[in-house]
Design a binder for this molecule. Sequence first.
Ligand SMILES: Cc1cc2nc3c(=O)[nH]c(=O)nc-3n(C[C@H](O)[C@H](O)[C@H](O)COP(=O)(O)OP(=O)(O)OC[C@H]3O[C@@H](n4cnc5c(N)ncnc54)[C@H](O)[C@@H]3O)c2cc1C
Length: 414
Amino acid sequence: MIKTGIIGGGAAGLWAACFLKKAELDFVLFEKGPECGRKLLLTGHGRCNITNRKSPSKLQNGYHEASGFIKAALSSFTPEDTIDFIENELKIPLKEEDDNRMFPVSDKASDIRDALVRFAGEQNIITDCEIADVSVINSSGERRFELISSDGRRETVDRMIIATGGMTFSRTGSDGRSYDLIEDVLGHKVTPLYPALTGIPVSEKDREFTSSVSGVSVYAGAGIYLNNRKTNKTEGNVLFTHEGLSGPAITELARYIPGNVVEEKGWIELDFTPGRDEKEVDKELLAEMSQRPNAKLTSIGRAYVPASLSEAIGERAGVTDLVASKVTKQDRKEFLKNLKHLQMTIARQPSFETAYVTRGGVALEQIKRKSFESKLIPGVYIIGEALDIDGISGGYNLQAAISEAYIAVRSLMC
Ligand SMILES: Cc1cc2nc3c(=O)[nH]c(=O)nc-3n(C[C@H](O)[C@H](O)[C@H](O)COP(=O)(O)OP(=O)(O)OC[C@H]3O[C@@H](n4cnc5c(N)ncnc54)[C@H](O)[C@@H]3O)c2cc1C
């Protein structure tokens, strides 16, 4: 019987272990930390948003540049298959929340993690064991792999699944060190790494603004500018914090911020009336001002943003306390400019320590998309966040890990 070695006991590695167990195949999983699934325990604020009940064709749109690549995996093991496995094999009831996000009824990520470990079988899992080296053994036409741990343990296997994760929340074990193994030992290309799904820190000056409205969440258009060019945009809720900007619209943009963002003079531009023509909003403002000549311009601005934000915008535009009858054309234009094009200078690239996922990783051109097997070394499979695949928030990243684990295991059985 073929034996598989899994490197990494996070979501992807644990699911691969469960699929191997279900197929009654021999395997051993190595996890460098003291326990498996440390990141899994943090997911969904400890509640684990395990998948998203959208059809695979809709779901695939949430994986940015990798949406075409991941299609085969998502349709081979769909969110419905995940739900079925969790409810009927792991015996954990799930519930659906807004935007099709699925959680355990217990609201405990630990229930999912513990059930995966139980199903895979603790006797097949070796913790506190970091695989630091791999040698490929070619003998009499057969290829096998010797996995060598940092403390000298050696294990020979017929197939190898690499599920070493990305480079965020390093205390959970995914500290990016295993990219060296993947690049230097296995010869795979790793694309540049970026922190994704996290807030964006703004300059000290702009922090005064964001701090003054900290906790305010508002629907807005958000764009990133680098070297005076708009590179990416999105629309959704923006949350102001003491460090800068957060909320779904902002965290989706974080993946586009390069390490040299300061040299590229990066800024975020917010539009609080997205989709509306500037002239139309200006006309509306004018009409409202003529109807309410004694009202402050910032009070009129409350039609578009919460009161405290309107005040902050007014202060930035230099129109605090100005009543409509005293507002000049220039004052109005300045207020409107900050309502439609509020600029926040990006202080630095967000931290990998706070990012939920890593953009970048093992280059997909060296991976077979129908099996996630390496094109360079047959018998080696690479799955999960170690790959250059990142999804939006809402259960997309765990579902990717699960579907990839499934098709890798299905393929290595053949
Ligand atoms: C705070 C937070 C909340 C999140 N919430 C959600 C959510 O609700 N829904 C969602 O879909 N996604 C969520 N994510 C993203 C999701 O957790 C990850 O995409 C997913 O865990 C990736 O799984 P993985 O197995 O590829 O990597 P990881 O879970 O990071 O696991 C990799 C494992 O490999 C081990 N390892 C690394 N190198 C070696 C080695 N050489 N030898 C042995 N072991 C090694 C590490 O110790 C680690 O345990 C969240 C992420 C964070 C940080």
